[in-house]
Design a protein around this ligand. Sequence first.
Ligand code: PHE
Length: 406
Amino acid sequence: SAPSHIRVLDNTYLTDDYTNLTSSISSKLSRRLHGLEGHPISTLRCIIESHFPDFTHISSLSPIVTPYQNFDSLSFPADHPGRAKTDSYYINRNAMLRTHTSAHEGTERWLLTADVYRRDEIDASHYPVFHQMEGAKIFGSDASSVENIEQESQRLERQLALSNIDIEDVPHVSETNPAQTSHDVRSSEVTAKNLKLHLNSLMYKLFADVAGTSKDDPLRVRWIEAYFPFTSPSYEVEVFFRGKWLEILGCGVVLQSTLDRAGVANKMGWAFGLGLERIAMILYSIPDIRLFWSEDPRFLSQFTHGKIDAFKPYSKYPASYRDISFWKPNHDMHENDLYDVVRDVAGDLVEDVTIIDRFTHPKTQRHSLTVRVSYRSFDRSLVNDEVNILQHRVISGLERLGVEIR
Ligand code: PHE
Protein backbone atom coordinates (compact mmCIF):
# COMPACT_ATOMS: atom_id res chain seq x y z
CA SER A 1 0.00 0.00 0.00
CA ALA A 2 1.03 3.64 -0.37
CA PRO A 3 3.49 5.07 2.17
CA SER A 4 1.94 7.25 4.89
CA HIS A 5 4.61 9.96 4.59
CA ILE A 6 6.72 11.47 1.82
CA ARG A 7 9.75 13.69 2.00
CA VAL A 8 9.85 16.71 -0.30
CA LEU A 9 12.63 19.34 -0.15
CA ASP A 10 13.74 18.34 3.37
CA ASN A 11 10.24 18.27 4.85
CA THR A 12 8.04 15.32 5.69
CA TYR A 13 4.41 15.37 4.66
CA LEU A 14 1.50 13.08 5.42
CA THR A 15 0.07 11.50 2.29
CA ASP A 16 -3.65 11.20 1.51
CA ASP A 17 -5.99 10.39 -1.36
CA TYR A 18 -4.65 13.42 -3.28
CA THR A 19 -0.97 12.45 -3.16
CA ASN A 20 0.31 11.94 -6.71
CA LEU A 21 3.81 13.43 -6.67
CA THR A 22 6.22 10.93 -8.22
CA SER A 23 9.90 10.70 -7.38
CA SER A 24 10.92 11.67 -10.91
CA ILE A 25 9.14 14.99 -10.37
CA SER A 26 10.31 15.62 -6.83
CA SER A 27 13.91 15.09 -7.97
CA LYS A 28 13.52 18.24 -10.09
CA LEU A 29 12.61 20.53 -7.21
CA SER A 30 16.18 21.25 -6.23
CA ARG A 31 17.66 21.72 -9.72
CA ARG A 32 16.85 25.46 -9.94
CA LEU A 33 17.80 25.91 -13.61
CA HIS A 34 16.83 29.58 -13.46
CA GLY A 35 19.65 30.18 -10.99
CA LEU A 36 22.30 28.17 -12.84
CA GLU A 37 24.91 30.58 -14.18
CA GLY A 38 25.17 30.28 -17.98
CA HIS A 39 22.11 28.07 -18.38
CA PRO A 40 19.80 29.39 -21.15
CA ILE A 41 16.85 29.67 -18.73
CA SER A 42 18.98 31.72 -16.36
CA THR A 43 20.36 33.99 -19.09
CA LEU A 44 16.86 34.65 -20.38
CA ARG A 45 15.74 35.48 -16.84
CA CYS A 46 18.56 38.03 -16.53
CA ILE A 47 17.75 39.63 -19.89
CA ILE A 48 14.11 40.03 -18.92
CA GLU A 49 15.06 41.30 -15.45
CA SER A 50 17.27 43.93 -17.05
CA HIS A 51 14.21 45.18 -18.90
CA PHE A 52 12.51 45.92 -15.56
CA PRO A 53 15.35 47.56 -13.62
CA ASP A 54 13.17 49.22 -10.99
CA PHE A 55 11.21 46.06 -10.18
CA THR A 56 12.12 43.78 -7.25
CA HIS A 57 13.59 40.58 -8.72
CA ILE A 58 12.64 37.43 -6.86
CA SER A 59 13.69 33.89 -7.77
CA SER A 60 13.95 31.67 -4.73
CA LEU A 61 10.41 30.98 -3.55
CA SER A 62 9.63 27.35 -2.73
CA PRO A 63 7.50 25.57 -5.35
CA ILE A 64 5.30 24.11 -2.59
CA VAL A 65 2.15 26.18 -2.14
CA THR A 66 -1.36 25.61 -0.85
CA PRO A 67 -4.27 25.12 -3.24
CA TYR A 68 -5.58 28.35 -1.69
CA GLN A 69 -2.53 30.27 -2.95
CA ASN A 70 -2.51 28.61 -6.35
CA PHE A 71 -6.25 28.81 -7.04
CA ASP A 72 -8.62 30.35 -4.46
CA SER A 73 -6.68 33.58 -3.89
CA LEU A 74 -6.93 34.06 -7.68
CA SER A 75 -10.68 33.39 -7.88
CA PHE A 76 -10.40 30.08 -9.72
CA PRO A 77 -13.86 28.47 -9.55
CA ALA A 78 -14.24 25.35 -7.40
CA ASP A 79 -14.68 23.15 -10.47
CA HIS A 80 -11.77 24.56 -12.52
CA PRO A 81 -10.04 21.63 -14.30
CA GLY A 82 -6.57 22.81 -13.20
CA ARG A 83 -7.47 21.83 -9.62
CA ALA A 84 -7.95 18.17 -10.52
CA LYS A 85 -5.31 15.77 -9.35
CA THR A 86 -5.11 14.54 -12.94
CA ASP A 87 -3.77 17.98 -13.95
CA SER A 88 -1.64 19.10 -10.99
CA TYR A 89 0.88 17.53 -8.63
CA TYR A 90 -0.31 17.27 -5.04
CA ILE A 91 1.76 16.35 -1.99
CA ASN A 92 -1.55 16.02 -0.15
CA ARG A 93 -4.85 17.91 -0.09
CA ASN A 94 -3.22 20.94 1.54
CA ALA A 95 0.09 21.17 -0.31
CA MET A 96 0.79 21.14 -4.03
CA LEU A 97 3.43 22.20 -6.55
CA ARG A 98 2.53 25.61 -7.98
CA THR A 99 1.14 25.37 -11.51
CA HIS A 100 1.95 29.00 -12.31
CA THR A 101 3.88 31.91 -10.87
CA SER A 102 0.61 33.76 -10.26
CA ALA A 103 0.40 31.66 -7.06
CA HIS A 104 2.60 34.27 -5.39
CA GLU A 105 1.32 37.68 -4.48
CA GLY A 106 3.35 40.82 -4.78
CA THR A 107 2.23 44.23 -3.74
CA GLU A 108 4.34 46.69 -5.74
CA ARG A 109 6.66 46.29 -8.69
CA TRP A 110 8.02 42.82 -8.78
CA LEU A 111 9.31 40.23 -11.19
CA LEU A 112 9.33 36.65 -10.04
CA THR A 113 11.01 33.68 -11.73
CA ALA A 114 10.12 30.15 -10.72
CA ASP A 115 9.77 26.52 -11.70
CA VAL A 116 6.14 25.48 -12.20
CA TYR A 117 4.63 22.00 -12.49
CA ARG A 118 1.81 20.60 -14.60
CA ARG A 119 0.87 17.04 -15.48
CA ASP A 120 0.97 16.78 -19.24
CA GLU A 121 1.71 14.69 -22.28
CA ILE A 122 5.20 13.69 -23.41
CA ASP A 123 6.82 15.11 -26.53
CA ALA A 124 9.60 17.50 -27.61
CA SER A 125 7.81 20.60 -26.32
CA HIS A 126 6.01 19.31 -23.19
CA TYR A 127 7.70 18.66 -19.89
CA PRO A 128 6.03 18.47 -16.47
CA VAL A 129 8.34 21.15 -15.10
CA PHE A 130 8.92 24.48 -16.79
CA HIS A 131 9.75 28.03 -15.82
CA GLN A 132 7.62 31.12 -15.73
CA MET A 133 8.23 34.75 -14.99
CA GLU A 134 5.51 36.81 -13.43
CA GLY A 135 5.68 40.57 -13.55
CA ALA A 136 3.33 42.89 -11.74
CA LYS A 137 2.99 46.56 -11.13
CA ILE A 138 0.57 47.66 -8.44
CA PHE A 139 -0.05 51.33 -7.67
CA GLY A 140 -2.53 53.55 -5.84
CA SER A 141 -5.95 53.77 -7.46
CA ASP A 142 -6.27 57.45 -6.47
CA ALA A 143 -6.33 60.04 -9.26
CA SER A 144 -2.77 61.29 -8.80
CA SER A 145 -1.19 57.80 -8.83
CA VAL A 146 -3.13 56.94 -11.97
CA GLU A 147 -1.92 60.23 -13.48
CA ASN A 148 1.70 59.22 -12.75
CA ILE A 149 1.18 55.96 -14.59
CA GLU A 150 -0.23 57.85 -17.56
CA GLN A 151 2.86 60.04 -17.63
CA GLU A 152 5.17 57.05 -17.50
CA SER A 153 3.20 55.59 -20.42
CA GLN A 154 3.84 58.71 -22.45
CA ARG A 155 7.59 58.29 -21.91
CA LEU A 156 7.40 54.59 -22.85
CA GLU A 157 5.37 55.47 -25.92
CA ARG A 158 8.02 57.92 -27.15
CA GLN A 159 10.74 55.29 -26.70
CA LEU A 160 8.74 52.62 -28.48
CA ALA A 161 8.09 54.97 -31.40
CA LEU A 162 11.82 54.58 -32.23
CA SER A 163 11.45 50.80 -32.71
CA ASN A 164 10.59 49.05 -35.93
CA ILE A 165 7.52 47.31 -34.53
CA ASP A 166 4.10 46.64 -36.01
CA ILE A 167 1.45 46.15 -33.32
CA GLU A 168 -1.98 44.72 -33.98
CA ASP A 169 -3.90 45.92 -30.96
CA VAL A 170 -7.32 45.31 -29.40
CA PRO A 171 -9.26 47.95 -27.45
CA HIS A 172 -7.96 48.25 -23.89
CA VAL A 173 -11.50 47.71 -22.61
CA SER A 174 -14.54 46.41 -24.49
CA GLU A 175 -17.89 44.80 -23.87
CA THR A 176 -16.35 41.34 -24.13
CA ASN A 177 -13.22 42.29 -22.18
CA PRO A 178 -14.61 44.65 -19.58
CA ALA A 179 -13.22 46.89 -16.88
CA GLN A 180 -14.06 45.58 -13.41
CA THR A 181 -17.14 47.03 -11.73
CA SER A 182 -14.94 48.48 -8.97
CA HIS A 183 -12.72 50.32 -11.50
CA ASP A 184 -13.67 53.36 -13.50
CA VAL A 185 -13.09 52.79 -17.19
CA ARG A 186 -10.39 55.44 -17.46
CA SER A 187 -8.19 53.95 -14.69
CA SER A 188 -8.61 50.53 -16.25
CA GLU A 189 -7.59 51.88 -19.66
CA VAL A 190 -4.58 53.69 -18.25
CA THR A 191 -3.49 50.47 -16.53
CA ALA A 192 -3.98 48.35 -19.64
CA LYS A 193 -2.10 50.83 -21.81
CA ASN A 194 0.83 50.89 -19.39
CA LEU A 195 0.90 47.08 -19.40
CA LYS A 196 0.88 46.95 -23.20
CA LEU A 197 3.72 49.44 -23.52
CA HIS A 198 5.93 47.57 -21.06
CA LEU A 199 5.30 44.29 -22.86
CA ASN A 200 5.57 45.58 -26.41
CA SER A 201 9.01 46.92 -25.64
CA LEU A 202 9.95 43.64 -23.93
CA MET A 203 8.89 41.74 -27.07
CA TYR A 204 11.03 44.09 -29.14
CA LYS A 205 14.00 43.56 -26.89
CA LEU A 206 13.73 39.76 -27.05
CA PHE A 207 12.68 39.15 -30.63
CA ALA A 208 14.43 42.01 -32.42
CA ASP A 209 17.40 43.22 -30.34
CA VAL A 210 18.46 39.99 -28.65
CA ALA A 211 17.45 37.70 -31.51
CA GLY A 212 19.43 39.96 -33.83
CA THR A 213 16.81 39.74 -36.57
CA SER A 214 16.94 42.03 -39.55
CA LYS A 215 15.94 45.59 -38.84
CA ASP A 216 14.35 45.86 -42.30
CA ASP A 217 11.17 44.02 -41.45
CA PRO A 218 9.15 45.30 -38.55
CA LEU A 219 8.63 42.94 -35.62
CA ARG A 220 4.96 41.93 -35.65
CA VAL A 221 3.20 41.67 -32.31
CA ARG A 222 -0.48 41.00 -31.87
CA TRP A 223 -2.76 41.42 -28.88
CA ILE A 224 -5.72 39.13 -28.42
CA GLU A 225 -8.58 39.27 -25.93
CA ALA A 226 -8.24 36.48 -23.39
CA TYR A 227 -9.79 35.17 -20.22
CA PHE A 228 -8.11 34.42 -16.88
CA PRO A 229 -10.01 33.99 -13.60
CA PHE A 230 -7.88 36.66 -11.89
CA THR A 231 -7.67 39.52 -14.42
CA SER A 232 -10.08 41.71 -16.35
CA PRO A 233 -9.58 42.96 -18.97
CA SER A 234 -7.22 40.11 -20.03
CA TYR A 235 -5.02 39.60 -23.07
CA GLU A 236 -2.64 37.22 -24.77
CA VAL A 237 0.36 38.36 -26.75
CA GLU A 238 1.66 36.66 -29.87
CA VAL A 239 4.81 37.42 -31.85
CA PHE A 240 5.46 36.59 -35.49
CA PHE A 241 8.87 35.01 -35.59
CA ARG A 242 10.56 32.86 -38.25
CA GLY A 243 7.31 32.53 -40.17
CA LYS A 244 4.98 31.58 -37.30
CA TRP A 245 2.75 33.25 -34.73
CA LEU A 246 3.98 32.23 -31.28
CA GLU A 247 1.95 32.54 -28.10
CA ILE A 248 4.22 34.28 -25.64
CA LEU A 249 2.30 35.36 -22.58
CA GLY A 250 -0.93 36.05 -20.73
CA CYS A 251 -1.68 39.23 -18.83
CA GLY A 252 -4.31 41.65 -17.64
CA VAL A 253 -5.58 44.09 -15.04
CA VAL A 254 -5.46 42.29 -11.68
CA LEU A 255 -8.84 41.43 -10.17
CA GLN A 256 -9.63 43.75 -7.29
CA SER A 257 -10.69 40.83 -5.06
CA THR A 258 -7.16 39.44 -5.33
CA LEU A 259 -5.68 42.74 -4.17
CA ASP A 260 -8.30 43.07 -1.43
CA ARG A 261 -7.35 39.63 -0.12
CA ALA A 262 -3.69 40.67 -0.20
CA GLY A 263 -4.58 43.66 2.01
CA VAL A 264 -4.11 46.39 -0.63
CA ALA A 265 -7.70 47.40 -1.30
CA ASN A 266 -6.74 50.97 -2.26
CA LYS A 267 -4.49 49.85 -5.11
CA MET A 268 -4.83 48.53 -8.63
CA GLY A 269 -2.43 47.24 -11.24
CA TRP A 270 -1.43 44.81 -13.95
CA ALA A 271 0.27 41.41 -14.11
CA PHE A 272 1.69 39.16 -16.79
CA GLY A 273 3.05 35.62 -16.87
CA LEU A 274 5.33 34.17 -19.52
CA GLY A 275 6.91 30.76 -20.09
CA LEU A 276 10.68 30.77 -20.46
CA GLU A 277 11.25 27.41 -22.19
CA ARG A 278 9.16 28.29 -25.21
CA ILE A 279 11.09 31.54 -25.73
CA ALA A 280 14.47 29.94 -25.01
CA MET A 281 13.82 27.08 -27.45
CA ILE A 282 13.21 29.65 -30.16
CA LEU A 283 16.03 32.07 -29.39
CA TYR A 284 18.64 29.34 -28.87
CA SER A 285 17.24 26.89 -31.48
CA ILE A 286 16.96 24.16 -28.85
CA PRO A 287 14.97 21.33 -30.45
CA ASP A 288 13.82 19.34 -27.41
CA ILE A 289 12.67 20.63 -24.03
CA ARG A 290 14.47 17.78 -22.21
CA LEU A 291 17.80 19.31 -23.18
CA PHE A 292 17.36 22.05 -20.57
CA TRP A 293 17.68 19.34 -17.91
CA SER A 294 20.78 17.75 -19.42
CA GLU A 295 23.84 17.56 -17.20
CA ASP A 296 26.02 16.69 -20.19
CA PRO A 297 28.87 19.18 -20.56
CA ARG A 298 28.30 19.10 -24.32
CA PHE A 299 25.08 20.95 -23.59
CA LEU A 300 26.02 23.25 -20.72
CA SER A 301 29.49 24.21 -21.94
CA GLN A 302 28.04 25.70 -25.13
CA PHE A 303 26.56 28.67 -23.32
CA THR A 304 28.02 31.85 -21.90
CA HIS A 305 26.11 33.68 -19.23
CA GLY A 306 24.21 36.66 -20.60
CA LYS A 307 24.69 35.68 -24.26
CA ILE A 308 22.33 34.00 -26.66
CA ASP A 309 24.07 31.80 -29.23
CA ALA A 310 22.41 29.12 -31.34
CA PHE A 311 22.66 25.65 -29.84
CA LYS A 312 24.89 23.33 -31.87
CA PRO A 313 23.36 19.85 -31.78
CA TYR A 314 25.84 17.15 -30.94
CA SER A 315 25.42 13.80 -32.63
CA LYS A 316 21.91 12.51 -32.33
CA TYR A 317 21.70 8.93 -31.17
CA PRO A 318 18.98 6.70 -32.61
CA ALA A 319 15.54 6.39 -31.02
CA SER A 320 14.02 3.03 -30.11
CA TYR A 321 10.32 2.63 -29.81
CA ARG A 322 8.08 0.04 -28.27
CA ASP A 323 4.31 -0.32 -28.61
CA ILE A 324 2.00 -1.52 -25.86
CA SER A 325 -1.69 -2.36 -26.21
CA PHE A 326 -3.90 -2.66 -23.18
CA TRP A 327 -7.46 -2.55 -21.93
CA LYS A 328 -8.14 0.46 -19.76
CA PRO A 329 -9.32 -0.32 -16.23
CA ASN A 330 -13.08 -0.16 -15.59
CA HIS A 331 -12.54 2.69 -13.14
CA ASP A 332 -11.41 6.03 -14.52
CA MET A 333 -7.86 6.27 -15.77
CA HIS A 334 -6.61 9.63 -16.97
CA GLU A 335 -4.03 9.62 -19.75
CA ASN A 336 -1.78 11.79 -17.57
CA ASP A 337 -1.48 8.79 -15.22
CA LEU A 338 0.01 6.84 -18.10
CA TYR A 339 2.49 9.64 -18.85
CA ASP A 340 3.61 9.87 -15.22
CA VAL A 341 4.24 6.12 -15.10
CA VAL A 342 6.50 6.39 -18.15
CA ARG A 343 8.28 9.49 -16.81
CA ASP A 344 8.84 7.81 -13.48
CA VAL A 345 10.40 4.71 -15.08
CA ALA A 346 12.37 6.29 -17.90
CA GLY A 347 13.03 9.85 -16.74
CA ASP A 348 14.60 11.89 -19.52
CA LEU A 349 15.22 8.79 -21.65
CA VAL A 350 11.64 9.03 -22.88
CA GLU A 351 11.28 11.33 -25.85
CA ASP A 352 7.68 10.90 -26.83
CA VAL A 353 4.56 8.97 -25.93
CA THR A 354 1.82 8.85 -28.55
CA ILE A 355 -1.50 7.06 -28.50
CA ILE A 356 -1.50 5.47 -31.92
CA ASP A 357 -4.75 3.54 -31.69
CA ARG A 358 -7.97 3.53 -29.64
CA PHE A 359 -11.00 1.34 -29.91
CA THR A 360 -13.98 0.21 -27.93
CA HIS A 361 -14.88 -3.47 -27.98
CA PRO A 362 -18.37 -3.70 -29.54
CA LYS A 363 -19.62 -6.37 -27.11
CA THR A 364 -17.85 -5.67 -23.81
CA GLN A 365 -17.60 -1.88 -24.32
CA ARG A 366 -14.08 -2.04 -22.90
CA HIS A 367 -11.66 0.62 -24.12
CA SER A 368 -8.32 -0.32 -25.60
CA LEU A 369 -5.31 1.89 -26.23
CA THR A 370 -2.15 1.27 -28.21
CA VAL A 371 0.66 3.48 -27.07
CA ARG A 372 4.01 4.04 -28.73
CA VAL A 373 6.83 4.96 -26.36
CA SER A 374 9.97 6.41 -27.97
CA TYR A 375 13.18 6.21 -26.01
CA ARG A 376 16.28 8.19 -26.85
CA SER A 377 19.24 9.48 -24.93
CA PHE A 378 21.05 12.66 -25.89
CA ASP A 379 24.27 11.36 -24.43
CA ARG A 380 24.69 7.83 -25.70
CA SER A 381 23.22 5.01 -27.76
CA LEU A 382 20.66 2.95 -25.82
CA VAL A 383 21.15 -0.79 -26.17
CA ASN A 384 18.19 -3.05 -26.79
CA ASP A 385 18.43 -4.80 -23.45
CA GLU A 386 18.22 -1.51 -21.62
CA VAL A 387 15.15 -0.41 -23.59
CA ASN A 388 13.53 -3.79 -22.94
CA ILE A 389 14.08 -3.39 -19.23
CA LEU A 390 12.57 0.11 -19.28
CA GLN A 391 9.61 -1.12 -21.26
CA HIS A 392 9.13 -4.01 -18.86
CA ARG A 393 9.02 -1.59 -15.94
CA VAL A 394 6.56 0.63 -17.77
CA ILE A 395 4.31 -2.40 -18.25
CA SER A 396 4.50 -3.27 -14.54
CA GLY A 397 3.69 0.33 -13.66
CA LEU A 398 0.68 0.28 -15.96
CA GLU A 399 -0.52 -2.97 -14.44
CA ARG A 400 -0.41 -1.29 -11.03
CA LEU A 401 -2.81 1.29 -12.48
CA GLY A 402 -5.18 -1.59 -13.22
CA VAL A 403 -4.75 -1.96 -16.97
CA GLU A 404 -4.84 -5.36 -18.66
CA ILE A 405 -2.08 -5.83 -21.23
CA ARG A 406 -3.44 -7.36 -24.44
N1 PHE B 1 -0.80 32.52 -14.85
C1 PHE B 1 -1.22 32.58 -16.23
C2 PHE B 1 -0.77 31.27 -16.92
O1 PHE B 1 0.00 30.53 -16.37
C3 PHE B 1 -0.61 33.76 -16.97
C4 PHE B 1 -1.06 35.10 -16.44
C5 PHE B 1 -0.32 35.78 -15.48
C6 PHE B 1 -2.24 35.66 -16.90
C7 PHE B 1 -0.72 37.00 -15.00
C8 PHE B 1 -2.67 36.90 -16.43
C9 PHE B 1 -1.89 37.57 -15.49
O2 PHE B 1 -1.22 30.97 -18.02
